[in-house]
Ligand binder design. Structure first.
Ligand code: NAP
Length: 422
């Protein structure tokens, strides 16, 4: 029976769902051997370094990933970067198909004056910092100001604003990085604005995220009822289901009895950022609004306005994505997930997305190549395979157990490698 070898670059949700789709499409005439290659010593991508730590349920999808990895035809090659010593072209030669599942890790820029002042940063740096991504452990996060502004009206902006506005004792039972919990505990931030450039009816939040805000135990959540009522009128009599659900959730928040916590998360709508002001660091954001310019004094600005893909040598990118047609890139190269379609959708969206691309890959398959695999290309790099990753995983979970947390993630490459060798 022909055995087709497929390399998947990137061990995030899109990569695992591509592996699962390949597995599901095996039959009596065709099997797939899958090599998943990951730059970091650890897999799971955004499930490890993106999903907010106070949302542990979302992370349970990692069990699905580990089931996929348990297949005898699946191998993990973590701690191996593609595009430097080993190229995409080399993989293309060896494998029957190469799937790019490298995501979008760079934060989009506002392109307004003052954006690069100290105190202004992207969620693309802040989120992996609190999630213990080893490349972001040393990011400088200064929470000495009383007011922070988060720009963007998507779920990343919501995660960032919530992390800044909640009482950090709520993070004790989570896998938030220790360095971040320490910083949050010393934080002077008490007012967090989350600003949307359009009205509530256009917000990109999803309603489950809005509906959980009133459950925050130590934070006032404020939405101006006039903003919601005006949006309801603008949305008309038959708004789309998602819009209606969001507006209902926002109305509930706007109508709720005010609470008297000393931490507040406040929504601003129809506020388009115009300039970030400051001499040596951020002092205020100036917005244009329907009633004129508005200035919000603050010491921290975090932009959460979308992501773009980081390029890999030998692959063409345009508009922050890999150039592709429905996931086909060029001969035997495919792309899935955010690198394919841009940073949209929830984790589960990647399942159907990957399954559709795998159908095209199968359509394109010729005779099995049988010309080796990545192990022929590895010289002195240290590979973290599935069993080494399991040692890291076990060590992190054990360290967490002692402190009542799901895990304690290591932020140092050297420590991760030590666990892997243990
Ligand atoms: P997003 O959902 O696309 O939201 C981006 C936001 O940035 C939009 O509100 C957009 O406003 C705004 N924006 C873009 N350019 C702007 C500018 N120049 N000035 C001001 N605002 C600007 O992106 P995301 O929040 O990064 O999330 C990415 C994906 O991950 C989404 O699909 C999201 O649902 C998902 N995610 C899900 C969860 C979860 O399920 N809990 C958590 C995190 C992320 P306009 O609409 O006006 O352009």
């Amino acid at each position: 029976m022909p055995l087709f070898k497929v390399a998947i670059i990137g061990a995030g949700p899109a990569g695992y769902f591509a592996a699962q789709a390949l597995h599901n499409r095996q039959n009596d005439n065709r099997t797939f051997a899958i090599d998943m290659i990951e730059r970091l010593p650890t897999p799971w991508g955004l499930v490890r370094s993106g999903v907010a730590p106070d949302h542990p349920k979302i992370k349970t999808v990692s069990k699905v990933f580990e089931n996929i990895a348990a297949d005898p035809n699946f191998r993990l090659f973590a701690n191996i970067e593609i595009g430097t010593e080993i190229t995409v072209a080399q993989l293309q030669e060896k494998y029957d198909a190469v799937i790019l599942a490298t995501g979008s890790s760079l934060g989009k820029q506002l392109g307004i004056p003052g954006e690069n002042l100290p105190g202004s940063m992207s969620a693309a740096d802040f989120v992996p910092w609190y999630n213990a991504h080893p490349d972001f452990a040393d990011v400088h996060v200064d929470l000495s100001c009383e007011t922070a502004v988060v720009i963007g009206a998507g779920n990343v902006a919501m995660d960032v604003a919530r992390m800044l506005a909640l009482d950090p004792i709520e993070l004790d039972p989570t896998d938030t990085a220790d360095h971040a919990i320490d910083t949050f505990k010393k934080s002077a931030v008490r007012d967090v604005y989350i600003s949307a450039r359009r009205g509530p009816e256009h917000a990109a939040f999803t309603s489950p995220e809005l509906r959980e805000l009133p459950k925050l135990e130590h934070t006032n959540v404020v939405i101006n009822i006039d903003d919601v009522n005006a949006a309801i009128v603008r949305a008309g009599e038959a708004p789309e289901k998602d819009v209606k659900s969001n507006l209902d959730a926002m109305l509930l928040i706007a109508e709720a009895e005010p609470k008297n916590h000393d931490r507040t998360m406040r929504f601003l709508f129809q506020h388009t950022p115009k300039e970030i002001i400051g001499t040596d660091r951020v002092e205020a954001v100036v917005y244009s609004t329907p009633t004129g310019d508005v200035r919000i004094k603050c010491g921290l600005v975090i932009t959460a306005i979308g992501y773009q893909a980081e390029g890999i040598n030998g692959v063409a990118y345009q508009n922050g994505k890999v150039v592709n047609t429905d996931g086909r890139v060029k001969e035997n190269i495919y792309v899935v997930g955010w690198a394919k379609r841009g940073p949209s959708g929830v984790i589960g969206t990647n399942k159907s997305d990957a399954a559709a691309v795998i159908e095209l890959l199968i359509e394109d398959l010729g005779a099995a190549k049988n010309s080796g695999d990545i192990s022929d290309l590895i010289s002195d790099q240290v590979v973290i395979d599935q069993s080494a990753w399991q040692k890291i995983n076990t060590a992190e979970v054990a360290a967490g157990e002692v402190r009542g947390k799901p895990r304690i993630k290591s932020v140092k490459y050297s420590e991760l490698l030590d666990f892997a060798r243990s």
